[in-house]
Design a protein around this ligand. Structure first.
Ligand SMILES: [Zn+2]
Length: 293
């Protein structure tokens, strides 16, 4: 629903970083269709379209609720985001991570580029094992009402800096915003899913556990597993679990959508020893310097 009294939805990215990459993806309709890479059942273009309609419905209710509460700032923000997502169409993509269609397009473009560089890097280092790593920092938890403090770019800078402790390794992956519940309290936990190479999984896990320490009993701050194939890539690049949030957590979804909307899609990714570039409607990673373990 486009409100005539409001400014037109933003169709420009509005981000200062990765402008080229952003535009290459949003202007390539291939990423919005059903061509490979596939994300699995439930993530077809048609299903995504349905989800986009549901998300705008959720935003509309949130906007009306805030209007009733007298919060003009939030009302305006929700209406603006709603207009932006509703205005997203071929050749005029909104490019917002809060838009299920655009989020999926970025996810697919990232997967394609990662598939290429992982295959190339694995060939260059036979004898090393590709591993799928999940890292959960003990801080970086955000409860409802505080999600505006989430700064993915800053979190990723912290991670890259922290990972220097395990040596100069080629790493690529993405930050992920997981909704967790503990003792009835829900919160967003920032964490990372990464691909790395190692000749000694146990050793790598031990080193990571020294950095990402346990805080509570049943926590698993570090998970390292052998990657038998690249099937983990869609999961690694999902950013949020939208289907599950729509099923169980529509209350906090609007607030989370505002966070996603101001996050540059490329900024979700974290990579070391690799440089991101974009041309001909796709992304590519190029090794920086010599490839080593
Ligand atoms: Zn869009």
């Amino acid at each position: 629903m486009l409100n005539k009294n409001r400014p037109p939805p933003h169709t420009k990215p509005g981000f200062r970083s990765h402008v080229r990459a952003h535009q290459e993806i949003t202007s390539n309709e291939v990423w919005y269709g059903d061509q490979a890479p596939r994300l699995g059942k439930g993530f077809s273009a048609a299903k995504t379209q349905e989800r986009a309609t549901t998300v705008t419905g959720v935003l509309l209710r949130a906007a009306k609720k805030q209007e009733k509460n007298g919060s003009t700032d939030l009302t305006e923000k929700y209406f603006q985001l709603l207009d932006k997502i509703e205005g997203c169409r071929p050749r005029s993509r909104c490019g917002s991570l809060a838009c299920p269609r655009c989020a999926r397009a970025f996810q697919k473009a990232k997967i394609a580029a990662q598939q290429a560089v992982i295959t190339q890097t694995s060939k260059a280092r036979s004898g090393k094992q590709l591993v799928f790593v999940t890292l959960v920092p003990k801080s970086m938890m955000y409860g409802p009402g505080t999600l505006s403090r989430i700064d993915i770019k800053k979190a990723n800078r912290w991670l890259k800096d922290t990972l220097k402790q395990i040596g100069n390794r080629t790493t690529l992956g993405s930050a992920d915003l997981g909704w967790e519940t503990r003792r009835g309290e829900g919160y967003i936990q920032i964490h990372w899913h990464l691909a790395m190479w190692t000749s000694n999984i146990d050793n790598l896990e031990r080193k990571l556990k020294l950095i990402f320490s346990k805080t509570k009993k049943h926590e698993r701050p570090v998970d390292v597993r052998e990657a038998e194939d690249l099937g983990f890539l869609p999961y690694m690049n999902k950013a949020i679990k939208l289907p599950s949030l729509l099923r169980t957590n529509r209350t906090h979804l609007p607030e989370l959508m505002l966070v996603l909307d101001r996050t540059e899609p490329m900024d979700l990714m974290v990579q070391t020893n690799l440089r991101l570039s974009a041309q001909c409607g796709q992304l590519a990673f190029k090794p920086i310097g010599r490839i080593e373990g």
